[in-house]
Every structure is written in C-alpha cells, then in structure tokens.
Write a protein that binds this ligand. Structure first.
Ligand code: ZN
Length: 147
C-alpha cells in the first residue's frame, strides 16, 4: 500500500503534515511508463492555494519517461539527497544536495537519478504572480515570543 502523509493537523491558519524523510519518499509509489518512482503532491493535503509542492525520489539511473513544460507555472527544483541530473532545453545540470534550479514555464525539462537515489522537492507557482515577499509582505507582531 502506498504511503500516506501522517499526523495531518488542520487549524484556522495552518495545516501541518509529516511526509516522511527524503529516504522514505520512494514509498509514495508512482508508475510512469516503465519507471517506478516516488512522487507525492502536497496541495490537497495542505490545502495550498498559490503553489504546488511535491516530493520526489528517482532511483539510481532511472529517468522520468517524458520531457515537459508548463502553460503558466514556473518551477523550482531543490535537490535534497543523493545525486542525479536535470536536462532543460538540452542543457544538462548535475544535481547534488542543495542544487536549486528555477525553470521558466517554457523550459522543456526532465530529471534522472544518478549513482544514488535522487530526493528532490519541486515548487510550482504562476510565473509573474509574486507581487511582494519577505519584508514587503511580512507583518511583524509586537507580542513577545513565548514557547
Ligand atoms: Zn512540472
């Protein structure tokens, strides 16, 4: 049976869930053609409204079986563990933990695992939709921090 998020807590202003450690993400099994990969989209669980965030694992040497682009969403790929490679518009980018790649909607992209399973996070959001962030968007509380 496929893995499911654990300890999902939904409150007025947040939803929290445990998706497991990167090594466990392969348990979110996904069959893509001949390839069996780990992939889980968090939007439904977390109630995301402005972005999609997914966790993925590619076994060593396993490639996603298709190139894809997007109609309007940009994506950021963040390598978390292992190694692999990304190809965008024919350009190859090695992926190791910490490698982070932004891809414009039109970029034709594909990923593959390297010598170890590649665990990665993908965030996608509508290109050009971010109007403000961090200091422009944050509201500082005057309440003291208590734990
Ligand atoms: Zn995509």
């Amino acid at each position: 049976m496929a893995r499911e998020p654990q300890n999902v807590q939904t409150h007025t202003n947040f939803t929290a869930a445990d998706f497991g450690s990167p090594a466990e993400w392969f348990d979110y099994r996904h069959k893509l053609g001949e390839a069996e990969v780990g992939k889980h989209f968090t939007r439904a669980t977390l109630g995301l409204t402005g972005m999609e965030v997914s966790f993925g694992v590619l076994p060593p040497g396993v490639s996603l079986p298709f190139l894809h682009a997007h109609k309007q969403n940009e994506e950021i790929y963040i390598a978390i563990a292992g190694d692999g490679e990304m190809q965008i518009d024919g350009q190859r980018i090695p992926l190791t933990p910490g490698t982070t790649v932004r891809v414009a909607p039109a970029g034709m992209r594909v990923l593959r695992g390297g010598t170890q399973p590649l665990s990665y996070i993908v965030v996608q959001a509508k290109a050009g939709s971010l109007e403000q962030a961090t200091r422009e968007d944050g509201i500082m509380s005057r309440d003291p921090v208590t734990w």
